[in-house]
Design a protein around this ligand. Sequence first.
Ligand code: ADP
Length: 633
Amino acid sequence: MSIRFRLTIAAIAVILVANSLLWFIALQYLGQVWMGEVQTRVRRNLNSARAAYDNHVEIIGAYLQATAHDKALAAAVRADDRAALQSMLRELGKSKTMDFVSLLDATGKVICRSGSGRTGDDLSADPLVAEVLRRRKSVEGTVVFSRERLLAAGPRLAERALITIVPTEAARPTSDLLSTAGMVTAAAVPVLDERGRTTAILYGGDLLNRRYEIVDALKEQVFRGEVYKGKEIGTVTIFMGNLRVSTNVTRKDGGRAVGTQLSEAVSEAVLEHGEIWAAPAFVVNDWYITAYEPIHDPAGKIIGALYVGLLRAPFAHQLTVISTVFLALVGGATFASLVMLLLVNERVLRPIRSVVSMAQKVIGGDMTARVGVRPAGEMGTLCRAVDSMAQAVAEREELLTQATRQQIRRSEQLASVGRLAAGVAHEINNPLTGVLVFADLMREKENMDDQDREDLEVIVRETKRAREIVRGLLDYARETPSIKVSLNVNDVVRQTMQLLGKREAFQQVNLVKALADNLSLVGGDRNQLQQVLVNLSLNACEAMSDGGTLMIATSGTNDQVVIEVTDTGCGIKPEHLDKIFEPFFTTKAVGKGTGLGLSVTYGIVQQHGGTLEVESAVGKGTTFIITLPAEKG
Ligand code: ADP
């Protein structure tokens, strides 16, 4: 798996995980905020419904109060005119706002009723009547009527109050299948005489059971006909105890969903603990955001609950829209991040590919290959460094190739010239010796004149010179075998210097030696190494015809020993530097130099496994540097 692939996968994973997390957390947060908002709204709606409900009760009270002030009623009460009172109550009962009206005497006994002829029953225990008797003021509120009272108020009311209980799983199990009681919003108003004494009590109200126009009016006041996809968004329900007695919630068949019961949890919170309950709930056939609050009777006892429900679908739709938009944004951002990642990846990795392909070309032998590209930042620095490195390697290789070629050429020359020289020297050596012997013998003769003697001297001198050349050639051809021993180079230098100091040619030369201590030993032929130093010193001396300084210095490491022979002579012209090691190359006058000294020196150093280099500046001087390998162990 390439680094690029791994990096890309890791980055993509990080982006995807981060964005998914972001999306998930944001959705959770949005969901919570949204739920809070909707619940706040449903609570506000519940408050409105409560206000409308209370208003409905107050209207009953106001209506009865207006009737209690009616002079005709007061007169009929005073006269105890039952027939007149009965007809007045029937008129009142007919009005749409009230399901029943009764007139009670000052002790709470029924004098007459709008819906039935039953009289004489004592209602002083009714919480509203009891409150009027105690405070002599009108009282309104919600109370529960037993079937008895409903029957007394009117058989049709008792009939409407009947509700078949629909058992549900969530509700508390009940053995009753029919509810006969009735939930009533009512008011009790005292009828006072001129002196303010209670002469009678007007008692009237509405039976809420299945009285749908009341819940519909509440719904209208709270939700003002708001609809979603043809469906009313809000619903209102009145519970008697835990039983739904009046509601706008409809069943699947279109009928009102009365008869179902509060779930146990809501019952406990609202009916037992008197709390307000707000939560999403599945009501009859749809999800609602619901809110319940208890309904108290005038004595403060919880007798039922008021409910408002907001259809969840429109709000869920809003949340879905917001989530989808957010998801699209996050998705877009993720996609953009991935595209950017790939682009950046490409930008960053392209130079690496260039570096790799360039390296492969160099390995394949193409020393001209370069990265070429120069991206910004560290990558650019890297490319530049790699190119510089390749350039340096190419230059070094070029130098190495040239040096190697030169060395090979030199070795070949030396070898071929050596063979030739050895052959010629052998052939010439014997005749030369013969010439010298006979010339010497002739010098013994007495009958020679001066001219003959002088000529003979020339023959001897020139023959000796020829022999010198032959000897040089034999040295060059290395006919004399080398005897290698372990030796200290400093000793060789000292001996050579001593030898040179005695020569006439070195009298005007200042001889200096700078020898390093603890020099490693080298394995070498003492005579040959001495010859090397003599050759170099003679050349140096000849380069310093007006005198100067010749210094032989030694230095070294554990692995090698370096001898430097430095003069302050005329120096070597740059164009000659390449040629001085070639056999027979000389700049000296004919008869002065043989051009073999440096070739022989080079050959000896090479045979010792060392190197011979030269540094020279015309007019300043020359240094020959001999590097010999130190003896192992
Ligand atoms: P020869 O000394 O017989 O000329 P060599 O091989 O010893 O032959 O030297 C070759 C040439 O190198 C010399 O002719 C001279 O030009 C040059 N040379 C050698 N050593 C030095 C030196 N120390 N200073 C200047 N030139 C030198």
